[in-house]
Design a protein around this ligand. Structure first.
Ligand SMILES: NC(=O)C1=CN([C@@H]2O[C@H](COP(=O)(O)OP(=O)(O)OC[C@H]3O[C@@H](n4cnc5c(N)ncnc54)[C@H](OP(=O)(O)O)[C@@H]3O)[C@@H](O)[C@H]2O)C=CC1
Ligand SMILES: O=C(O)CCC(=O)C(=O)O
Length: 419
């Protein structure tokens, strides 16, 4: 039987454990998701028919606080993927020292095929189904692939109806009008951007470097904008349907207009822009590669084609463990997902704090706090990597596992679970 995504992810835990003196209880606790709930959401379609969709919510580990993590709407979502994403959230929140555990949810659906009203009914049905698990002190969702602020707003509204009170801290990534935080919209990209900028000297990249970005949604498009603004050259971009490349670089405004109006492919043929098969973005001649779509983009069979010297993982899990080894042997530096894309959950934490205190920060304050956190954790992980001569990914796992172990031990030795 081939290894599941979670099996692959757990190899990182085993790797990190070798660098720390750990009580065996710690590994036993982190090897399995604490609780995964599944259901079928049955909704009314606009044509009067009814349709059902598989849905899950996983609370992987809540040792360090309420579980936290996004909800993905995607036709290929599986329980294995949800549990793995929740495992990564557990480590990501520990990397950033946020008072959270890790969770994640998904609905197996292609939301692009639903009307707005159907999407709203599905989002409300999700909150109805999982409202017993979700709560501001228990499990706090947020956006992920193919979900957004509008969907978070509907879910927050549904939760308020269920519990009979307004409770904005139940979900983050909400519209500003419903208690969302300034700066959450581009936080995932901005966190990766601050990290990259902070480490530019060590990584040997900077303004003028060539960037290829896979995925042009929330994470990918904001990263393109932030990097283009300071003079990085965007030489290739892909989404689920198309890819475009130009050695001279493609101006951000043209990319965003094309994406909004006629699709990325509409750029092909003008100003030296060529077409690219989306998967071929891995081998594009560039200095910085930014995966910002789905898992397993870079695997053992295409890792050798990577030309970038730095990979910034805005996506969760875009590199398999086998590919990681090949890249590290070739001297490619990977800024790992649990650090590089942690800006999203960090500003989600700021949103939750603001909701609970009922006092809201300026966007400048959000940026300043995010920058400080990314730089502090990024620097600590880089130092750990160079001291121990390990990859940034291994160092990030060691960094997080130390914090998780301390919390697991502090909970006592006789704790038991029945769920
Ligand atoms: N949103 C957040 O706060 C966070 C997101 N992440 C991670 O970032 C990644 C992207 O999420 P996000 O930007 O929010 O999602 P979005 O839904 O906003 O965008 C996803 C993008 O990925 C593209 N895509 C999907 N499949 C493929 C494919 N096979 N090849 C190329 N592109 C593809 C989509 O293409 P198309 O436009 O054609 O549909 C879209 O442009 C995910 O791994 C997510 O888990 C991590 C931390 C936080
Ligand atoms: O903002 C959050 O709470 C979680 C975002 C997320 O799902 C992720 O970091 O993968």
């Amino acid at each position: 039987m081939s290894a599941t995504l979670l099996d692959q992810a757990l190899t990182r835990l085993d790797d990190a454990a070798q660098h720390l003196k750990l009580d065996p209880d710690v590994l036993e606790k982190l090897k399995y998701p604490r609780e995964t709930t599944k259901t079928r959401l049955l909704i009314r379609m606009d044509d009067g028919s009814r349709k059902s969709f598989m849905a899950w919510r996983c609370r992987y580990d809540d040792t360090r606080g309420p579980t936290k993590g996004g909800i993905r709407f995607h036709p290929d979502a599986t329980v294995d993927e949800v549990e793995t994403l929740a495992f990564w959230m557990t480590f990501k929140c520990a990397v950033m020292n946020l008072p959270y555990g890790g969770g994640k949810g998904a609905v197996q659906v292609d939301p692009r095929k639903l009307s707005k009203a159907e999407l709203e009914r599905l989002s409300r049905a999700y909150m109805q189904a999982f409202s017993g698990i979700i709560g501001p002190d228990r499990d706090i969702p947020a956006p992920d692939v193919y979900t957004n602020a509008m969907i978070m707003g509907w879910m927050a509204d549904e939760y308020a109806s269920i519990v009979g009170r307004v409770s904005p801290a139940v979900i983050t990534g909400k519209p500003i009008a419903l208690g969302g935080s300034l700066g959450r919209d581009d936080a995932t990209a901005r966190g990766g951007f601050y990290l990259l900028r902070h480490l530019e000297n060590e990584l040997g990249v900077g303004p003028g470097s060539r960037v290829a970005i896979q995925g042009f949604g929330n994470a990918g498009s904001h990263m393109a904008r932030l990097l283009a603004e300071i003079g990085y050259r965007i030489v290739a971009v892909s989404d689920s349907r198309h890819g475009v490349h130009s050695a001279a670089g493609i101006p951000f405004d043209r990319l965003i207009e094309a994406k909004r109006d006629a699709g990325l492919a509409s750029l092909v043929g003008s100003d030296g822009v060529g077409a690219l098969v989306p998967g071929d973005i891995v081998g594009v001649d560039c200095d910085v590669l930014v995966p910002a779509a789905l898992e397993n983009l870079i695997h053992a069979d295409n890792a050798a084609s990577v030309k970038a010297k730095v990979i910034v993982e805005l996506a969760n899990g875009p590199i398999t463990p086998a590919a990681d080894d090949l890249l590290s042997a070739r001297g490619v530096t990977v800024l790992p997902d649990i650090l590089a894309n942690a800006g999203g959950v960090t500003v989600s934490y700021f949103e939750w704090v603001q909701n609970r205190q009922g006092y809201y920060w300026t966007v400048a304050e959000i940026h300043e706090r995010l920058k400080a956190s990314m730089e502090a954790e990024g620097r600590a992980i880089l130092e750990r990597a160079s001291e121990r001569k390990i990859t940034m990914r291994s160092a990030a796992y060691v960094h997080a596992l130390g914090r998780l172990a301390e919390a697991i031990e502090a909970h006592g030795t006789q704790q038991f679970f029945t769920s």
